[in-house]
Design a protein. Structure first.
Length: 289
């Protein structure tokens, strides 16, 4: 009140000229927010289809002695003959939450199963890339390149190793054809997948749907940050299964940290190529062509 009276005493017209200016600035700010909001609703175009030829899959008999829900799962997905998958390129689109903002995204994950992987992700606004993620897990060592820095070290390696095995949900035969992994019984609708990490082992608890027999949930303990003093529960959920490449495979998945309470990533798979030559593409930055 005193300020307004003071302005009128100095310049009676100033208050009148400031109001349109403030209103105009508010309109501009609201318009920019609306543009960003709309831009965050627009999915990017998919990456080009991975063009390298796939090799034919050989098969091996379903092994005996698996925990009951694990055996039921493999019979549902593959039947008695289990494909031997040595590499996979998984391409699709989804959403990624960064610093509290959920961006549309497109991704390509390249796996040399049970050994190495490369993650390439682009987040977008109005379908245009705004951030790029290049992550390589090669020979047991991870390098995660983000727009705001590079993460490396033992805790990053531990998380990447879990991702290597959890992402085999897109080629789940690896969990029984790779001699590094083994299953331990738990109960009627879950089992524990034991996987190597250096000289030690990690454990992933896998839940199966009691009606369909398909995997619904994976969880394990993982370091969230390089500064984390303790591991935290890391959860992977399969939301839908569909026929892909002649098998029932996960199409929609999500990833959640326990302390965040909701998924920070959602992935929808649009193409999977098995047993192509990935020896060069797994080491690239950016999109392999």
């Amino acid at each position: 009140m005193l300020r307004g009276a003071f302005i009128r005493m100095i310049d009676p017209n100033k208050e009148k000229t400031m109001k349109p200016l403030i209103i105009g600035m508010l309109i501009i700010a609201a318009s920019l927010l609306l543009l960003v909001w709309v831009g965050l609703k627009i999915q990017p175009l998919p990456f080009p289809a991975y063009a390298a030829p796939a090799a034919d899959l050989t098969t091996t008999p379903l092994p005996k002695g698996l925990p009951a829900p694990v055996e039921r799962f493999y019979l549902q997905v593959y039947g008695e003959n289990i494909p031997v998958i040595e590499s996979a390129v998984i391409t699709g689109r989804g959403k990624l939450r960064v610093k509290g903002i959920t961006f549309p995204a497109r991704f390509q994950f390249t796996h040399r199963t049970g050994k190495d992987y490369r993650h390439y992700i682009e987040t977008t606004i109005w379908g245009q890339p705004v951030m790029k993620v290049n992550e390589h897990f090669l020979d047991g060592v991870c390098k995660l390149e983000l727009p705001f820095g590079v993460s490396e070290g033992f805790k990053v390696d531990q998380g990447a190793n879990l991702a290597l095995w959890a992402e085999a949900i897109w080629m789940p035969s690896v969990w029984i054809t790779d001699p590094q992994a083994r299953w331990e019984p738990r109960d009627a609708n879950s089992a524990v997948l034991v996987v190597p990490f250096g000289e030690t082992e990690e454990r992933i608890t896998v839940q199966f749907d009691p009606q369909t027999g398909l995997v619904t949930h994976l969880e394990s303990m993982r370091f969230k940050e390089t500064t984390s003093s303790e591991k935290i529960l890391w959860m992977n959920d399969v939301l839908t299964w569909e026929s892909l490449n002649g098998y029932m495979l996960p199409v929609d998945t999500s990833v959640t940290w326990l302390d965040e309470g909701s998924p920070w990533a959602n992935f929808t798979v649009e193409q999977i190529v098995y047993n192509s030559d990935v020896n060069d593409s797994i080491r690239l930055n950016g999109l392999s062509k």
